[in-house]
Design a protein. Structure first.
Length: 67
């Protein structure tokens, strides 16, 4: 499955790499919201996908912090 592969890739990364990926995903979400507000966004489902990816990154970060 595509999602499981993404989570496995996240778990293989270090805390700094996860943090960088989180920042990049949040910037992408901001840009998508801005495009949506100005009616320039074609694929609105991308917002939902990025939000879920942010949640996945945060979950992996909290899992690794509790170990």
């Amino acid at each position: 499955m595509k999602i499981n592969k993404y989570v496995e890739d996240l778990r293989a990364k270090s805390a700094a790499e996860l943090n960088d990926e989180l920042v990049a995903a949040k910037k992408e979400l901001f840009n998508l919201r801005f495009q949506n507000a100005t009616n320039q966004l074609d694929n609105t489902s991308r917002i939902k996908e990025v939000r879920k990816n942010i949640a996945r990154i945060q979950t992996v970060m909290s899992e690794s912090a509790s170990k």
